[in-house]
Design a protein around this ligand. Structure first.
Ligand code: FEO
Ligand code: CA
Ligand code: CA
Ligand code: CA
Length: 568
């Protein structure tokens, strides 16, 4: 294992060494406890988690969902509310009675549908640490069958109309909920990523050219990942070819009102959304940075037409604006290319429904899988994790754009990933030009001596691969979470399990803060209102984590200093 790095004064902790066990490690003088795990009851009277069955179908919409991901906290009238994504399922673990997790019945499918989406839950801190407030009126599960509205320029478009919803404005469910976002007006944004995997066709079908081209570019397959289409015709594209067009959006949720209807904001485009990083331009316009996590896809930006005014009407801010896509030049300049009918030859709704094709038309830069974007609160700059890309320079993406090596994607067979940073010209996130550099290129200097050794801020004490989650804390440190190869062998020797590191934007120094259990990914990061607790998610853990035995359960950890000091 790698040695721990020398403590750096900028970092309020002693960095830890890489780990390979089935445990969760934090630095000395810090502690970590489980806040909530998949299957924990959200309401009184609901059964505690059952390791034999993985929980009943009947109560599967009344427990904390599977595979925790992006999350945000909200302080509402003295209550601490956590909104958190439940991205996908580990069906072999969730359905222990099945062979390899393949659903055998409509009930099995319903259970999987109920365990995903979003959980909104009140939490509180007591003598034994943080816990869920069962039966809080704020608690809510927004699963694959929860009613949602569609708004913005693509709402009502014929491609969004179905037999059940001829108006194309009311949809059931949100899925593939990956990263998140938070607006200045106190709403939660959940981002629909790998929606394509939920649809299949039970019969051979000939689709219109437009639908077929979209299916191809968005990676639709004949068979879904979990077999929904065999038991739920809504997910059968031979019966409902437009249903997939109703996913791949950013959804706005009001955590203050459990009766509110979530709204899919089509103005932010349809692709495999990672997160939605919201900031304001100097003139008050709302800027949202958006990654499309697919090899060779793009980085996007939305700029609202109207400014945000505190206390003013915010309902249309994410509906009315312009979507842009990033072009990175080799000379470390770049530009945001507006996706408009003039630049793309497509109409406004088509631009949003098929944002990927619109991006291709204007010559956007194909990226190494854009994951989370984070905006520095103390400098006008933003960062995006480019997690990895085994096909860079070798293969085009599914839609056919070439993926040449160059710019912020400098390595072929990029198995380590990098973080690109851009500086908007005029210190204005709404500016259409920027300069860029790479904050870090991950690599392994123990194994390689070329570009695969990584950038100069990689050392034997901070080896990692596949940066994914990322957020700034209130002290200006940037926290980086990984979702990568944890074999600890070969090219990945010395990296250990997935982890969370802290970076100093000024010096580029990066040190390791925590490591997760083997087999799991670290994803999701937010803080309590008093900043004395950091909440971190663990997705698809291995072993029996967090227990000694039984089924492994994705969980959120509450991390504190032993002296109850600030944690970011
Ligand atoms: Fe859901 Fe791209 O991670
Ligand atoms: Ca991710
Ligand atoms: Ca990832
Ligand atoms: Ca993941």
């Amino acid at each position: 294992t790698a040695e721990a790095a020398t403590p750096q004064s900028r970092f309020p902790f002693t960095p830890i060494a890489a780990q390979t066990d089935y445990a969760f490690h934090v630095p000395e003088n810090y502690n970590a406890r489980v806040l909530v795990s998949w299957g924990d009851p959200l309401y009184d009277g609901v059964a505690e988690f059952n390791h034999e069955t993985g929980g009943s179908v009947e109560e599967s919409d009344k427990v904390f969902g599977e595979n925790t991901d992006g999350m945000e906290t909200f302080e509402i009238g003295g209550h601490q509310i956590l909104a958190v994504n439940n991205e996908y399922v580990n069906s072999d673990i969730n359905l222990p009675h099945t062979e390899d997790g393949v659903p055998q019945s409509a009930a099995d499918v319903l259970k999987l549908q109920n365990l995903q989406g979003v959980t909104v839950v009140e939490i509180k801190e007591g003598a034994d640490g943080w816990s869920v407030v069962r039966s809080s009126p704020f608690n809510r599960r927004l699963h694959h069958n929860a009613p949602m509205a569609i708004s913005g320029p693509a709402a009502g478009h014929p491609l969004l109309q179905t037999e059940a919803d001829p108006d194309g404005r009311a949809v059931l469910g949100t899925m593939g909920n990956c990263g998140a976002g938070k607006t200045p007006w106190g709403t939660y944004l959940t981002c629909e990523e790998n929606f394509n995997g939920y649809f299949g066709a039970t019969e051979e079908t000939s689709y219109s050219d437009e639908v077929a081209a979209g299916y191809k570019r968005y990676g639709m397959a004949a068979e879904s990942q979990y077999g929904y289409e065999k038991f739920d015709p809504r997910f059968d594209t031979s019966k409902n070819p437009n249903e997939p067009h109703r996913f791949g959006w950013v959804v706005e949720i009001d955590p203050t009102d459990p009766d509110s209807t979530p709204v899919k904001r089509t103005g932010l485009g349809r692709f495999k959304h990672e997160n939605a990083e919201v900031t304001l331009a100097p003139d008050g316009r709302v800027v949202v940075y958006l990654g499309d996590d697919e090899r060779g896809e793009f980085l996007y930006r939305f700029v609202s037409t109207n400014p945000y005014v505190a206390g003013g009407d915010t309902d249309g801010l994410l509906d009315d604006g312009t979507l842009y896509v990033a072009k990175f030049n080799d000379d470390q300049t770049g530009e945001w290319l507006a996706l408009t009918p003039e630049t793309t030859g497509m109409d406004e709704a088509d631009i949003l429904i098929f944002a990927r094709m619109a991006g291709s038309k204007v010559g956007a830069t194909t990226m190494d899988r854009p994951e989370w974007v984070a905006v520095n609160p103390y400098a006008v700059e933003a960062y995006c994790c480019l997690t990895n890309n085994k096909n860079r320079g070798v293969k085009a993406n599914a839609g056919g754009d070439a993926t040449p090596v160059g710019g912020p994607n400098p390595r072929e067979a990029n198995e380590y990933g990098q973080i690109v940073r851009w500086y908007p010209d005029g210190d204005d996130h709404a500016s259409d030009t920027f300069r860029w550099d790479l904050f870090v290129m991950a690599g392994n200097l123990e194994v390689h001596s070329d570009a695969y050794a990584g950038s100069s801020n990689i050392n034997s004490g901070n080896l990692f691969n596949s940066p994914d989650g990322m957020a700034f804390d209130s002290s200006g440190l940037v926290w980086i979470q990984t979702d990568g190869e944890d074999s600890n062998e070969g090219d990945f020797a010395g990296m250990g399990n997935n982890q969370q590191l802290a970076g100093d934007p000024a010096t580029g120094e990066i040190v390791r803060f925590l490591t997760g259990p083997r087999g799991g990914e670290i994803t999701g990061l937010c803080w309590s209102a008093d900043r004395r607790t950091m909440f971190v998610g663990v997705q698809h853990p291995g072993g029996s984590w967090p227990a000694e035995e039984g089924l492994p359960r994705s969980s959120i950890m509450a991390i504190k200093r032993d002296d109850n000091g600030l944690v970011g």
